[in-house]
Design a protein around this ligand. Structure first.
Ligand SMILES: *Cc1c(COP(=O)(O)O)cnc(C)c1O
Length: 375
């Protein structure tokens, strides 16, 4: 079976994990968390905090920007549940905006009509590691005095106009879940703080609402409970695993891009013939090959495609069921304007196998089967 995903493993992780186990600290914020933090801070130029997941990072963001019951938060419906849940947990109402069919990202031209006096934040989701139209989104946010929290769960190593995803809004979040390009042993995430104003409080919220970080830096002489917070530290073992991947960041990215470009070149003729749609990457974006998807005619053709590839031992999978049509989405959210693309486009989309170290014989076989399907 050619799997849809294999979690990323470079072979360096065990060395770091063993070193960590032979030290006397395995809880959070030890040597490996610091190493990862320094790696990201020098690359991104923003303050970062390692978290147990991207979900946790988004929850921290909702606390940081003081989301309160009744506040409205704008996001696409075509996303993972955590994008919405983080804000629903604070009592927010979710306002879903339609997507653009070319990138499957939030349609920036439909955001303004979703804004009311209750709107507090916009949460763009960079689907497949391809950036949303951030210039427009940041201008809208500035005009209406809103906070932008980038759900860049899939976006590590991707850029928009040369800027790393997650560093453009006020706050950003990455995921290191095993399904993402880089993992910290299965689960993990990163909170990226681009706005000065959230820096100090982000450490307090992450340290159970205490000023423990200030204490360890000698900035206060005892630490105490100062704010709301929770436990948002990953273990050192997770950081050690992640560090092994960071030292291979380019190899991992290149390996995925190789597979992505093979698919892209192989299916270009199908797209030109109007048989299928292939991903569109705007010229302002560099992407990280997080995902390779095709869009077929409709749900029926997609189901047939998935089952034929499965019978040839290749696992292809669809993706999000739009949140606004789910039971919780109906309860906690509302769709702004017309659902012109979200539902129909989501029903056409299918993802092909792609992972670090995928062998040439495997991705060429997938490509041949796909070409065969379309005759
Ligand atoms: C994976 C993902 C998340 C959640 O990440 P976890 O690290 O599993 O919490 C959130 N948003 C998007 C868009 C994702 O793809």
């Amino acid at each position: 079976m050619i799997q849809f995903n294999k979690y990323c493993k470079t072979g360096t992780e065990l060395t770091y994990i063993e070193e960590c186990l032979s030290s006397d600290k395995i809880s959070g914020d030890g040597m490996y968390t610091t190493k990862c933090k320094n790696w990201f801070e020098s690359k991104l130029g923003s303050k970062v905090l390692l978290t147990p997941s991207c979900t946790a990072a988004l929850e921290m963001a909702a606390l940081l920007v003081n989301i309160e019951p009744g506040d409205e938060v704008i996001m696409p419906s075509y996303t993972f549940v955590s994008t919405a849940n983080a804000f629903v947990l604070r009592g927010a109402k979710i306002v879903f905006v339609d997507i653009r069919p070319d990138t499957m990202n939030i349609d920036e031209t439909k955001i303004e009509e979703a804004i009311t006096e209750k709107t507090k934040a916009i949460v763009p989701v960079h689907y497949a590691g391809v950036a949303c139209e951030m210039n427009t989104i940041m201008k809208i946010a500035e005009k209406w005095n809103l906070v932008v929290i980038e759900d860049a769960a899939q976006g590590m190593m991707s850029t928009y106009e040369g800027k790393a995803l997650g560093t453009i809004g006020h706050i950003g979040a990455y995921s290191f879940h095993e399904t993402k390009n880089y993992t910290s042993g299965g689960e993990g995430g990163l909170l990226i703080i681009n706005d000065e104003h959230y820096k100090e409080r982000s450490e307090i919220i992450r340290e159970k609402g205490t000023n423990r970080s200030l204490f360890f830096r000698g900035q206060v002489d005892k630490y105490t409970w100062t704010d709301v917070g929770s436990s948002y530290l990953p273990s050192e073992l997770q950081a050690a695993y992640l560090y092994g991947q960071l030292t291979y960041s380019k190899e991992i990215n290149d390996s995925r891009l190789k597979v992505w470009h093979h698919y892209y070149n192989a299916f270009k003729c199908l797209a030109d013939a109007g048989k299928v749609e292939i991903p569109y990457v705007p010229p302002t974006c560099e992407h990280n090959a997080h995902m390779f998807y095709l869009k077929l005619k409709n749900l029926e053709e997609r189901s047939e495609f998935i089952s034929i590839l499965k019978s040839n031992n290749v696992s292809c999978v669809f993706h999000y069921i739009p949140l606004h049509s789910s039971p919780a989405g109906k309860k906690f959210g509302v769709f702004s304007g017309e659902d012109r693309y979200t539902t129909v486009e989501s029903e056409k989309l299918v993802r092909l196998p792609i992972y670090y170290g995928m062998e040439k014989k495997d991705y060429t076989r997938v490509a041949e089967l796909v070409l065969g399907f379309f005759g």
